[in-house]
Design a protein around this ligand. Sequence first.
Ligand SMILES: [Zn+2]
Ligand SMILES: [Zn+2]
Length: 278
Amino acid sequence: MACRCLRVDQLDSHVLDSEIRSIAQDSVDDVVNQMPVWVSRIFEKLRPELKITLEAVLWTHRFSRGVSPGQEQMDISYSGYTPKVITGHFLVEVFIPYLSRRVTELSGRLEIMRMYAKVEAIFELGSLLHFLYFLRSGGHSTLTESILSLRNWNNNQPTISSINYDTQNRELLWHAFRDVILLTYPFIEKIRQRVVKKQKLNRKFRSTMEGFDIECIVCDKPSVIPMIGQKCEHVACYTCIATSRKMICPLCLEEKEEQQMEFLAKKLKESSSILIDQ
Ligand SMILES: [Zn+2]
Ligand SMILES: [Zn+2]
């Protein structure tokens, strides 16, 4: 069963219509801009005609479906919107404003232009007052609707039972899941870091020597110009620890232990010379 529709639905339908109109207008402008200059110049002169042709094309939607695209989206329509009424609506809303403006422009007479500007201003003021009245008390959403006594109606009665709670439940469930993840993530990350650190602390030079794997404890890549902790035997690139002035093992420093680092090559050389001496 149909009923009178909300003000917000009527306004939304107008907004949708004007959006569709501007999208179509932009597309036409793009096509005109792509054309050679002399063609563009002709189109520029015929801009009002181009605009009204576009409007007429868009209004065919009303003739075929009985509603404007915006109304269709909002599920509202005018009652008794016959082709005759649509033609009248088109004349009042689109054609008469176009014709009066065009005639005034082409006449080139100053007093006619002034007269037209005055009439237009009065109409604009009337529209504004009508719009304020509509916002306050509802009814016809535009002045032309008022003149033609066109009133928007809902095609289907909106009822509270038609709301689908499944989507809302799903949304709530997702939010709860997300909150749980956000809450637990720091703890999981902390545990992960601990495990990684333990692995690194155990990664010493002698334990990895067999596979010739001397991974840096800072960047986790095969170390470049390897440095080794004097007692802890952690290996790191020279560049990775060069920022600390004292050349201290960063891993042991976190455990509050200062372990001086030295060049691995130097240490190996020393130990081999000790072996040779023995
Ligand atoms: Zn490194
Ligand atoms: Zn160390």
